[in-house]
Design a protein around this ligand. Structure first.
Ligand code: FE2
Ligand code: FE2
Length: 264
């Protein structure tokens, strides 16, 4: 079974030293890869990314991440990504990575994603320049996700996002802010290209389980949602249909198929 550990919204700052390393120390024994679904830092400052890099340094497992909106706040996302790449983290944005595990090949396609809302309650590329730019950015990121997923020829394919592709995993958040938490365009991209699981974060008060209209399982792994250091999802790669299994407590696995703060 391919085992994937996932968590989002770590919001690491210089004051987080040591805590995360301890939380993640068991990951290499329990999973083949660790996915981090954005908001790696509190506000995208260099010292925060350096603190995270120190926590992840020496972790004997491939770490794959996307950035979140917090990692963009200081307008230096490339710098944040660069600091993490220096310690071996695969930071994705419109691209994909292949990981060969003892149980089969795993592909992860990553984009931050963006907002805009969901079917029947979404923004449109119309009117003010700013509004058009907002929705265009979401469309652009959805297209990048589709092409990254399509490029993968692995037994298992995962879409790694920060923003949500479906409403279901936002339940618990005020409905008024759903358009700022994700977009249905991301789910459409996943359904067109196909995937075995979508991982996202950003909705700190959301819900773990959801599904795209095309039937792809979605998991919100914001740390405040999963209430543990990381969640684990397992895939039987060789047995024809791939089945994501959910984990309850940190590191424990359930073979059943299926797949808080004010700032997010
Ligand atoms: Fe966020
Ligand atoms: Fe967050």
């Amino acid at each position: 079974m391919i085992r994937v550990a996932a968590v989002g919204d770590l919001h690491v700052g210089p004051d987080s030293a040591g805590a995360l390393r301890e939380q993640l120390s068991s990951v290499p024994d329990k999973a083949d890869v660790l996915l981090i679904a954005g908001d790696l830092t509190k506000s995208g400052e260099q010292e925060e990314a350096e603190a995270l890099a120190r926590e992840l340094m020496g972790l004997s497992i491939q770490v794959v991440a996307v950035l979140g909106n917090h990692d963009h706040h200081a307008d230096r996302p490339e710098e944040i990504a660069g600091l993490l790449r220096e310690v071996g983290v695969a930071v994705l944005e419109g691209d994909a990575v292949r990981i060969d595990t003892p149980s089969g090949s795993l592909g992860v396609a990553g984009v931050k994603g963006f907002g805009g809302g969901f079917a029947g309650a979404s923004g449109a590329e119309f009117g003010e320049r700013e509004m058009k730019a907002f929705i265009r950015h979401t469309k652009d990121r959805a297209e990048a996700l589709e092409s990254a997923l399509t490029s993968l020829e692995t037994e298992v394919r995962i879409a790694l996002l920060h923003y949500a592709p479906v409403r279901e995993t936002l339940l618990g958040e005020p409905p008024e802010i759903f358009p700022f938490l994700g977009s249905y365009l991301l789910a459409e991209a996943v359904d067109r290209s196909g995937a075995d699981l979508v991982i996202h974060g950003h909705a700190h008060r959301g819900t773990e389980h959801g599904v795209t209209p095309g039937g792809v399982p979605v998991r919100n792994v914001a740390q405040t949602v999963i209430h543990q250091a990381y969640a684990i999802y397992g895939f039987e790669a060789a047995a024809g249909r791939r089945k994501p299994a959910t984990a309850g407590a940190q590191g424990s696995q359930d073979a059943a198929p299926s797949a808080r703060a004010s700032e997010r």
